[in-house]
Design a protein around this ligand. Sequence first.
Ligand code: MSP
Length: 518
Amino acid sequence: MTNGRHYLTTPIYYASGDPHIGHAYTTFLADALGRYYRQSGARVFFLTGTDEFGQKIQEEAARRGIEPQALCDRMAARFESAWREMDIRYDRFIRTTETGHQRVVQAFLDRLNRRGYIYDDIYSGWYCVHEERYWTEKDLGPDATCPDCGRPVRRIEEKNYFFRMSRLQDALRAHVDANPEWIVPEIRRNEVLGFLEKPLADLSISRPRSRLRWGVPLPFDPEHVTYVWVDALMNYLTASGAIDPGQPPGGQGFDDVSGSWWPCDLHIVGKDILTPHAVYWPTLLMAAGLPLPRQLLVHGWWLSGGAKMSKSLGNVVDPLDLRTEFGTDAVRWYLLREMPTGADASYTPERFLTRYGELANVLGNLASRVSSMVARYTEGSVPDAPGSGLESAIGATLDSYHEAMGARRVHEALESAMELARRANRYIEKREPWALAKDPARRGDLEEVLASLVRVLLVIAALMVPAMPRKMTELARGLGCASVPSLAEALTGVTAGARVGKIPPLFPRVEIRGEDGA
Ligand code: MSP
């Protein structure tokens, strides 16, 4: 976070398929971090959207017998409504077919061309339509298949425009070396450093229109369209508002981005799209003379039986389906808490139920115990007492929570908040409010214990709200607040006299239906 502002992004998702677990995880992670920064008082700009050009989209539209634009309109609406349903608080949903974006792409490429970074040449080799990637003979899998997705590749020979990426190899390596936190976690940084050991090739940035019509025309040769990855990466710049393509070259904003959201503070991406983000994008920006994004957070994959879950592999056991029975927040919690940020994780229904059980037995149970004790012992009103009973536990939790969030270990931050709930349950056992309530001489102690418990629950709500916005709002309302307090407000304590209602189970027991639906 810089100067109290934070610009963060998800990848833009291909408009060729429906939202699934992989998209949702990246987006939940961004949403949780965005909410965390907002709550800390930062101005946040959270960008997401859809990637709408390229062969993949053109072919999917043809398969469905509709125009590519119609497919994109349909899918962009699907993503937007999925995100709304899952409480994603984004500020801007960008679509790469927007005219404004296409004009930024053209202004950017025009600038690269003027600065001597573009040339044309004949490309001959293998191409995978699905991955939108060129492959060399030695990369190919058995029977001329794509080493990434296993589909057959095509032999092509065509004129392409190239970006002189090779020129920037040393500059990029120097940047990665000098900024240890630029790519997190470290394993991904090392992967990029390893990649930069070998000579960096130039990057093909165009496709002939004769083969692909669905793309942004090159400003210097309308017979060619922009390679979809190049156009897609530029969405981050378009949305920042830094570039005004309507101005003549020199006045479009490339030399001064102040007053815009650029540079981005955090790009969140999956490990499969590390190279475009850690190599193509920064070198393109360097060539254009623009500042680089401040950080790249690279997460792992959700696996099913050891393989990446993906529709094309046909092994999607989609945890998003669990939302119907368990609610969105339980799924958000599971995905964010279960996957060590940056590593891979396997989805299993058993692990989901274990995490759900923890929500119910630790947090849900704490909330209902506290609300029923306040109802029974102090007539449903928060006692007028300092409520400092769990002070040191709260202090230690805040330290580890902020430390983990800062280091992008979101799972650890959430765990520290859950640990605070466990501590609070133990505090109840130790202080035995039911015993204090029997002794009028200990009324002061009872009030202090209950005020401490209400306070700690509000702190927990503030710590967990980035992951579970809906449930934590329910909890805060049950404790007499209009909405989840900021951490600072939660810490100053509870409002004496606030009405605490009987909080219904936050995570109710769910009857698990068997295979036969019985
Ligand atoms: N359109 C490109 C991104 C362009 S960004 C300038 C793209 N789109 S995508 O729709 O294929 O998916 C994007 C994100 O979903 C990636 O971050 C990817 O890692 C993530 N996931 C897709 N499947 C996944 C899992 N099974 N697990 C976790 N995330 C994975 O790539």
